[in-house]
Design a protein around this ligand. Sequence first.
Ligand SMILES: *Cc1c(COP(=O)(O)O)cnc(C)c1O
Length: 732
Amino acid sequence: MSQVMSPPVQAPRKLIPSELRAQSLYEKCNSLAHNLWWSWHPEVINLFRDLDPIRWRQLDHNPIALLQEFTPERLELRAAELVLYSRINYAYRRLKEYMNNPQTWGRTHAGVLGSKPVAYFSAEFGIHESVPIYSGGLGVLSGDHIKSASGLGIPLVAIGLFYDQGYFKQHLTHDGYQQEEYLDTKIEMMPMEPACDATGKQITVTVDTRTGQLHAKVWLMHVGRVNLYLLDCDVEGNSPEDRELTSRLYGGDTRTRIRQELVLGVGGCRALAALGIVPGVYHLNEGHSVFATLEAIRERMHNDGMTFDNALRDVAQHTVFTTHTPVPAGHDRFDGGLIEEHLGPLRDQLRISYEQLMGLGRVEPHNEGEPFTMTVLGLKLSRRANAVSALHGHVSRRMWAHLWPWRVEEEIPIGHITNGVHIPSWLAWQMWQLYDRKFPLGWLQRMGEPEVWQTIHDVDPGELWEVHYALKNLLLAFIRRRVSRQCRRRGESDAVVEAARNLLDPNVLTIGFARRFATYKRADLCMSDIERLNKLVNDPDRPVQIIFAGKAHPADEPGKQLIKKIANARFDEQFGNRIVFVEDYDINVTRHLIQGVDVWLNNPRRPLEASGTSGQKAVLNGALNLSVLDGWWAEAYDGANGFAIGVGKQHVDDRITDVRDAEALFDVLENQVVPMFYDRNVDGLPLVWIQRMMNSIGTLAWRFSAHRMVADYVRHAYLHAASGLSCEMTVR
Ligand SMILES: *Cc1c(COP(=O)(O)O)cnc(C)c1O
């Protein structure tokens, strides 16, 4: 590096006026930073990192925050030192080409959506760790959905909420109890701009309630070719309390909740109208945004003079509703008082009675004791509803069968489209390079095709293992850095901090478990038999280590107790160096974990995991799934592409299910996973294991990609909805 640092920085300045040059370079970097396209392009990420690797990490990988620490001059200087000009120009040109490229899959297959795009509503979007407007799986799914819609060139706009405190940051106390910290997001550090009307004024929308008006301003975030519009209640005109309405994700009581959902659904529709966007399809991702349908009905009555019944039918034909929750208790419910307070003025304009409105959200329309359920409204007001895995489809049809009492279960009109993940966002750079070298040219444009991924079997096993081993070492470095920092923050002794710097061993079978700490996910299942766990973990020849991460909802005390139990394993002599809890699970932690572990563990109580997507991210990087046959894994596992816990049965009594599943977990670990991992040839390679890694990548990567998922939505939902055809989504 030293030879490129020495040339005098004055020299180039004389050739080109420095202001002009510096400004354009600075502007190019800022353009890159203001489209989240950069977040799935490793060469652009590396570019930002190279500008200042330490600050990059400290600033949560936020390029806007990073660039604000540079003057144009300093950026110029740094670019000269590192010879970054051509890389910046190249990245900038690629972004421009991407934005202007008319040759997309969507152009060919979804052309009819052209002037009337899909409006995709979701309460959260997980796009990158530096944009904290997500809490977990639902958000990451929405983020991956719009990234793939961008990649495929689907005409789609997205609508969400801007949370200026996002979800909480997690710290643990010395004895493992979760602490929540909410940080204010600096708007000027976010990759967004005011969404403006024709006169250049930031758009604000207003929603009437019986107790006053709610106002929200609208922001625009660029996610590749997709525009994401975010509503934000922190505006003048709102009461101080309402200004904080969209501060936090899933905070507050049911009243906060219904007001957030009113802003998202009704406010979201009004924002689209103010922008001059007429959606051809409404895709409501989970129940939070379903009030949008009522506003869409009002628009049709008002603009086109339709009757309520005709408008309802028309809106339903253009609406796609995706449900994510496999238990009745998980669905948003509101009592009549809250509904009337918040939907009353809209109801007046729809010219329907209170009873009629409540009936739309009830299974039994006239049952006065029944609250208003968002999912019921979603099912009634969409002609196409879907669950998010095949098994979840069965569960949802059974759960909602009473909405269609005259139909048998198979005919309940809820289909399924299994979730998938956005490959470029989750694929490790090193793995990406391996695929680039071995896969057919242009594979990234064809990542939803099975043939592409079969090429993995042509890769040399030693090479695949080498890449995996390198990624595992990167993960361990990350864990050690994080955990030692955790210990220091808690004021623990130097010896403890130092010990954390030497945690874990790259040659030991490494299992990862990270997800929301809801009790049904049973994070402590492997601790149900401490003696057996001890034997596994401390086997002298074939040891095992486990890395845990995850947040519990602030109100979920049992979830917090689970975290405590696992985090405190560090005080236990037998587990101290082998069971680790990493704080503050987010997209960044996910990325490290799923790229570096040998095994990705998932042991929910079946059938409560609607789909799950973290295991799909692990697949791309060569980790093997070890999972209960629930969610996506129930349709993915073929006997040779990972490991199954149990045989996909559950007992009516949860306690019995738990005992049996724990037994099955230990059985498969002791008899399959551990022996296979440590079965090495003369070169130290676990050939059978590597074969299984290849089977996993070859059979699963394309099927559980978000490109395949979005293409399925286009073919099975969007095109039908756009044409207003009234056929239902078929059960597949
Ligand atoms: C992928 C992801 C999830 C969802 O994973 P599950 O398998 O559904 O638990 C949740 N949180 C984060 C941060 C993720 O990246």
